[in-house]
Design a protein around this ligand. Structure first.
Ligand code: NAP
Ligand code: G4F
Length: 325
């Protein structure tokens, strides 16, 4: 099926950017991706999904307004998905200023670029459940007050409210997706699910014996990134921009996630996991649990992958990777 639509994705080299690019290509979109200058190769995810040659890469950085205007003009995008971020919460205490510039001011840069260069384009902002932080309701939805607990959460809150404000000020079709944690075999190795599934593969294949983690009592509402990018696209197909929580409605401790991952290869996590205070955070988000009723009703969106299926998929991918090393 062909379509005349075009899209620009910032953060196209990240986990979600890669899955979203694949989804849009399958729908017939012409897909452009903003490529930030790095000294190393960042295209491995696009290669793993077999789409590296299908995405038009445009140089740019969300900290550089002029580069965004150029990228938007060049791509002639009907839909602009802002996924670029310093996305690792732990790093945000070490690099709070950079995190604020990319995850906060960067959103204002791209909103300004859209307003100046292509005000009719539809806009998606990658907001996060980390904004709920010290939770103010047992189940968090679009009306739950925010209480961020990290420089990352603070910066993302700026991006979220900027998106709401540009929608209300200029009538832009701008949506903020408040996505709870979502994972996949393409997840960065620093995040806890992938750190665990990579660790399980290394332990199973006899490369190492132990895995050091931080707060294993933390609870997260984990889903599959492949399911979550569908919600991003659905938001931009609505008549108006809006805010939506995207979550599974199930919360699980890091400890129980470890049990699933080690159990998948017949191991007991208690024989291998060690708690190391180095991985504890200055302020923790103890529990997240989302209520996606609005997305269920208005977008017709539901998660399709259980945590057990997700973790099994990730362990299998890491077993393949580690056995090739
Ligand atoms: P990710 O894998 O860390 O990808 C982040 C992307 O942003 C990468 O492509 C990275 O490029 C790019 N980037 C970083 N700084 C940039 C800059 N200054 N200019 C342009 N691009 C830049 O993150 P993800 O998991 O796919 O998440 C996508 C978005 O959703 C992020 O905004 C994240 O904060 C948000 N989010 C994620 C989750 C989740 O659970 N995954 C939940 C809620 C919200 P390089 O590859 O060159 O570093
Ligand atoms: O996997 P995490 O690093 O993800 P976190 O902090 O929840 O952030 C992710 O989800 C957010 C959505 O809520 C996104 F906005 C954000 O960009 C990112 O994708 O940590 C999850 C939990 C935390 O409570 C952490 O303290 O796992 C705990 N944990 C325990 N041991 C660990 C470790 N986290 C990491 N990264 N490494 C550990 O060794």
């Amino acid at each position: 099926m062909t379509s005349a639509k075009s899209a620009l994705i910032t953060g196209v080299t990240g986990q979600d950017g890669a899955y979203l690019a694949k989804l849009l290509l399958e729908k017939g979109y012409a897909v452009s991706g903003l490529l930030a200058r790095r000294s190393t190769d960042t295209l491995w995810r696009l290669r793993e999904l077999g789409i590296a040659d299908d995405v038009q890469l445009v140089d740019g950085d969300v900290a550089d307004l002029a580069s965004l205007i150029r990228a938007i003009r060049h791509s002639k995008a009907d839909e602009i998905y802002n996924l670029a971020a310093q996305s690792f919460v732990g790093t945000s205490w070490q690099q709070p200023v950079l995190t604020a510039q990319v995850d906060g001011v960067g959103v204002i840069n791209i909103l300004e670029a859209v307003r100046l260069a292509s005000p009719e384009s539809r806009f998606y902002q990658a907001s996060t459940s980390e904004m709920f932080g010290l939770i103010q309701a047992e189940k968090q939805d679009e009306k739950t007050p925010f209480y961020p607990r990290s420089p990352y959460g603070v910066a993302k809150l700026m991006g979220h409210w900027a998106t709401v404000n540009y929608r209300e000020s200029f009538g832009m079709h701008a949506s903020s997706g408040i996505l709870f944690n979502h994972e996949s075999p393409l997840r960065g190795i620093e995040f806890v699910t992938r750190k665990v599934t990579d660790g399980v593969a290394r332990i199973k294949l006899g490369k190492v014996k132990k895995l050091a983690l931080g707060n294993i009592d933390a609870k997260r509402d984990w889903g599959f990134a492949g399911d979550y990018v569908k919600a991003m696209w659905l938001m931009l197909q609505q008549p108006e921009g809006d805010d939506y929580v995207i979550a599974t409605g199930v919360t699980t401790t890091v400890r129980d996630m470890c049990e699933l991952a080690f159990g998948h290869v017949g191991l007991d996590y208690r024989d291998h996991v060690e708690v190391d205070p180095r991985y504890m955070r200055p302020a923790e988000v103890d529990v997240l649990l989302g209520n996606a009723a609005k997305a269920n009703n208005k977008l017709g969106w539901y998660p399709e992958t259980s945590l057990k299926e997700l973790i099994s998929m990730m362990v299998e991918a890491d077993l393949r990777r580690v056995s090739k090393e």
